[in-house]
Write a protein that binds this ligand. Structure first.
Ligand code: HEM
Length: 136
């Protein structure tokens, strides 16, 4: 049982590191000087991985919680709120992307939103992890 808990919590951490790596790749693509068509193709390629990794974080988190008989500490509440926030703003970004017009203004507005969103995701992941280790 000990080994199972350790494995789930290590996997939880590994997926958080994966998510950080995907955020950095997204930010790099958004800052690179590509045409919007090329950029959107790359972003569309990464988007599914982003949500698969987010689900894996949730899944491993639930396993650790189940083993700990669903005791909600402050850091776990923060993790859940951050997770829901990342997904909710991701859905908003997707809606914006679907409504994109072929004008530079609209494309730049989307790029600005996506850059801000990924930066905030990264900050939230780091702050949440720091909170967990300082509280423990
Ligand atoms: C995306 C946001 C999240 C971040 C940044 C995050 C971060 C972390 C970190 C760094 C740890 C410590 C892992 C270790 O040292 O092995 C941890 C543990 C844990 N996480 Fe998350 N997590 C997130 C989402 C979630 C979600 C959505 C859940 C629940 C559904 C969850 C449940 C847990 C539990 C139960 C633990 C163990 C807590 C304890 O041992 O007291 N996390 N998380």
């Amino acid at each position: 049982m000990e080994a199972f808990i350790r494995l789930s919590s290590q996997l939880h951490l590994v997926f958080i590191v994966f998510l950080c790596a995907l955020i950095v790749i997204n930010l790099y693509l958004l800052k690179s000087d590509r045409t919007f068509v090329k950029l959107s193709k790359r972003l569309e390629l990464i988007a599914p991985q982003y949500y698969i990794v987010l689900s894996a974080i949730f899944f491993t988190g639930i396993i650790v919680m189940a083993v700990q008989q669903f005791t909600f500490s402050l850091s776990v509440w923060v993790m859940i709120v951050v997770w829901v926030g990342i997904v909710a703003f991701g859905i908003r970004g997707h809606k914006l992307y679907k409504k994109l017009e072929r004008t530079e203004v609209s494309q730049n507005a989307y790029k600005a939103y996506a850059t801000k969103k990924y930066l905030l995701d990264l900050v939230a992941l780091i702050v949440t992890s720091i909170l967990f280790y300082t509280v423990h």
